[in-house]
Design a protein around this ligand. Structure first.
Ligand code: 2IT
Length: 449
């Protein structure tokens, strides 16, 4: 491998040894782009790669809020403004008790290359808090969001940094965050956040965009293999916003999700999650996000407690759509042994590096990386920013058409980038190289800082 790339990976392993997820993503991305660095010796002189692994800025802040019983709580807030070379920092906020600086940094690093892949002018950022929204009342969520925004509002803006949702942050939270931003600034700057409600500048299709985009990307992969989505059976993990979007779009296109896994085990529904079952999932999740068993009870289908559906044979496609490091070596071995051809990552970094390398080495498999597959979400966030700055509203059809086009281009760019370096149909390397290229060029042209 390229010696400069090796040195920077060593640097990150040593300097950031307390940030395992961040080290993991840097190693994955930089291993992929090594052949490109071979051809660009000027990167080393400009120390481009070290500059790329250090966020432009990252800060923490105290978020204090009072619960419904009058008890005060203190959480840690984060915002990482990772890379602004190609546009304002852009990326979601994650509210989850396991959030650490390492998780925020890995997500911000991934976001930088993902946003570049969309072709839209957005830099990379990420933020969040170790606040756990599970079991909190609506009023508690509102007070937390108001306190969070009070700490953050000076450092963001439509041309500065544009947060959105991620796990634990949906339309409700974005509403409270936006309300507080507007109250503090006294201006109508709705381009400061994306994923807003439609009544105050949100884009149609944004809630479904990540799941829909993932299925559109899958269609491009199938097309490449002279295959089609019609009749395909899909196993996914996660049934949040993203998993739900996959279920819905797959059903619309004549495929079906026949397995889905949650925190308590997995469901096998051979008829697929279609029709009113899609509404039931929303209800079930709103009542209790930790259990999917009620689905099996309601529809009389199989529920396997405490297990993941990795390795089941009666599917055509796997789509991990839950969270990072969901698929480790042990699961990857089962997936490879199942004979299933398509492994399409959806959640950010759902596969450990050793498991990903193993799956990519399987001759019978095609592996697609999350930073390309899930980019439809942030792409529609970019379209929301465009609508906000132009003070106009696009129809659902217009947004959906644009999303489809963007997913097509992301797949085509990845194919082209991999071919340019003689790597064949390598969607993982292709996405990394294509995403990296634009950021690298912009940084080189803007001088050393
Ligand atoms: O991981 C992601 O791309 C997101 N959570 C969406 C980010 C965004 O700004 O829409």
């Amino acid at each position: 491998m390229n010696a400069y790339v090796e040195r920077v990976i060593e640097y990150v392993k040593n300097k950031h040894c307390h940030e395992p997820e961040f080290v993991q993503t840097v190693e994955e991305v930089f291993t992929s782009i090594a052949p490109m660095v071979d051809k660009h010796p000027e990167y080393e002189k400009a120390d481009l790669l070290t500059r790329m692994v250090e966020p432009e800025r990252m800060f923490t802040f105290r978020v204090v809020w009072t619960d419904d019983n009058g008890q005060t709580h203190t959480n840690i807030g984060y915002r990482c403004q990772f890379n602004g070379a190609i546009g304002p920092y852009k990326g979601g906020l994650r509210f989850q008790s396991n959030v650490t600086p390492s998780i925020i940094k890995f997500l911000g690093f991934e976001q930088t290359f993902k946003n570049s892949l969309t072709g839209l002018p957005m830099g990379g950022g990420k933020g969040g808090s170790d606040f756990d929204p599970a079991g909190k009342s609506d009023a508690e969520i509102m007070r937390f969001c108001q306190s969070y925004m009070t700490a953050l509002y000076r450092y963001i803006g439509p041309d500065v940094d544009v947060p959105a949702g991620d796990m634990g942050v949906g339309g409700r939270e974005i509403g409270y965050l936006y309300g507080q931003y507007r109250r503090l600034k006294g201006v109508w700057e709705n381009g400061v956040l994306t994923g807003k409600g439609f009544s105050y500048g949100g884009s149609l299709i944004r809630p479904e965009a990540t799941g829909y985009g993932a299925v559109y990307y899958l269609q491009e992969v199938l097309k490449h293999e002279n295959d089609s989505i019609e009749g395909k059976r899909i196993a996914i993990s996660g049934y949040g916003n993203v998993g739900w979007g996959i279920m819905k779009k797959a059903a619309e296109l004549g495929a079906k999700v026949t397995y889905f896994a949650g925190p308590d085990g997995y469901i096998h529904d051979p008829d697929g999650v279609t029709g009113e079952k899609l509404d039931f999932i929303l209800e079930m999740r709103a009542k209790d996000p930790m259990h999917c068993k009620p689905y099996a009870d309601k529809y009389g289908v199989e529920f396997v407690p405490g297990a993941k559906c990795w390795g089941v044979k009666d599917v055509d496609i796997y789509m991990p759509a839950a969270t990072q490091n969901d698929v480790r070596m042990e699961s990857a071995e089962k997936i490879a042994a199942s004979g299933v051809k398509y492994y399409i990552e959806v959640a950010n970094m759902p596969t450990t590096n050793d498991a990903l390398d193993f799956l990519r080495s399987q001759k019978h498999m095609i592996v697609a990386p999350s930073k390309a597959v899930n980019a439809g979400g942030v792409a529609v966030s970019g379209l929301e920013m465009s609508q906000n700055s132009e003070r106009l509203v696009w129809t659902a059809e217009e947004v959906d058409e644009k999303l489809k086009g963007i997913m097509k281009v992301i797949h085509a760019m990845s194919v082209e980038a991999a071919e340019e370096y003689g790597l064949g149909y390598d969607l993982v390397a292709g996405a990394n190289i294509a995403g990296f290229k634009k950021v690298a060029t912009a940084m080189m042209e803007q001088g050393a800082f």
